[in-house]
Design a protein around this ligand. Structure first.
Ligand SMILES: [Zn+2]
Length: 368
């Protein structure tokens, strides 16, 4: 019987990114509005789960805060100290577009720690797989600076932490956030024991990373796969990218565990991406990875929430993923799924982009 863990802490919602004009800090020249990275998307997902009785059917995992030693697996001591000091005062900006308020240092430790706690729960057999609904997100954060709403690199810290166990030697990370997983990539760029795969909108954010040619370096060459996709991709393109690149690479690499950096900002309603996924597609991508995990690593799969900025639609995508992971049916019917259209079919320009990425990933995909 499958048991799905669920990481949640109310404190995640207290991370305060302040007002903004979407992503632009208030400057007195325009009416301030909300910051796109605000608690609503994730809170509404949790609320929908509660309203439909899904939450109690999952195994609640209470996050332990990451220790400074764990965060140092990825980040410099100076950076960690800087965030701690700013957080104890009024907050500030962790680097590039990573605003935070008082207390966010502790919340960011709890976000990284939530992913770590869930990973060990899976490896210890307490749960089969898990969904970590954490905030702030992590995949853009670099060793010495926060970027793109991310403070600490939740997934990379977790991978480093579980690699210190003697029952784990290889881990794969699949990042389907609409933005490139630059932070995670940078941590493992020369590491052949961690396969990092990022599906993202070409040249969106960061603007100059995520190229097909960035395949890893030294002994890590070939163990980083970037699949930059043209704007407008829907279920057809993502399904093809999964079938042709992601799943064969995972099957060849044979990790002991798979983590998904799960941004829900490739949805058709997202203000920060230009893709067209529906909850049905997030459900089927989760099923594809879950089936592969069952084949190659005893179903060990941890899905960590990253971006996703449509407060109206993120909850439906999140529920679809959690239903696929757990095999539970919440009864939620996505009212937006009727907008499925021919745009969801694989288009020639999308196929061309996928074929290019496939050629660069041939070391892992050819024998899979
Ligand atoms: Zn994103």
């Amino acid at each position: 019987m499958r048991k799905t863990g669920f990481v949640w802490d109310e404190k995640y919602m207290w991370h305060d990114t302040g007002n903004a004009l979407g992503v632009l800090p208030p400057d007195g020249k325009f009416q301030p509005w909300i910051h796109f990275e605000n608690p609503e998307t994730k809170r509404r997902l949790k609320n929908l789960m509660d309203a439909y009785g899904l939450t109690p059917r999952l195994e609640r995992i209470y996050p332990l805060a990451a220790t400074v030693e764990q965060v140092k697996y990825v980040h410099t001591a100076e950076y960690i100290e800087r965030i701690k000091t700013m957080s104890a005062d009024k907050g500030g900006n962790a680097g590039e577009s990573a605003p935070f308020g008082p207390g966010s240092y502790e919340i960011a430790l709890l976000a990284a720690g939530g992913c770590i706690t869930a990973a060990h729960a899976i490896l210890d057999g307490v749960v089969t797989n898990a969904y970590a609904l954490v905030r702030p997100c992590g995949h853009h954060a670099e060793a010495d600076r926060g970027r793109g709403f991310c403070i600490f690199s939740n997934v990379a810290i977790t991978v480093k932490d579980i690699l210190s166990r003697n029952d784990i030697s290889r881990v794969a990370v699949v990042d389907w956030d609409v933005h490139h997983g630059n932070g995670t990539e940078s941590v493992f760029y020369e590491n052949p024991n961690v396969l990092t795969i990022s599906l993202h909108e070409d040249s969106l954010y960061p603007y100059n990373t995520g190229a097909i040619e960035d395949r890893g370096e030294g002994v890590g060459e070939g163990f980083n796969i970037n699949v930059p996709l043209p704007p407008g991709c829907g279920g057809g393109a993502y399904h093809a990218a999964m079938e042709r690149i992601v799943l064969p690479a995972l099957k060849t690499f044979k990790p002991d565990m798979i983590l998904v950096a799960s941004g829900l900002d490739a949805s058709t309603w997202d203000p920060l991406g230009h893709m067209m996924l529906l909850s049905t597609h997030y459900r089927s991508m989760t099923q594809q990875i879950l089936d592969t995990a069952t084949q190659i690593c005893q179903g060990r799969l941890l899905v960590c929430h990253e971006g996703g900025y449509s407060a109206g639609y993120v909850p439906f995508c999140g529920i679809a993923i959690i239903e696929a992971l757990s095999g539970e049916q919440s009864g939620v019917i996505d009212p937006f799924s009727k907008y499925e259209s021919s745009w969801q079919l694989l288009k020639p320009n999308q196929e061309e982009a996928i074929n290019k990425a496939l050629q660069a990933a041939v070391i892992l995909t050819a024998t899979g």
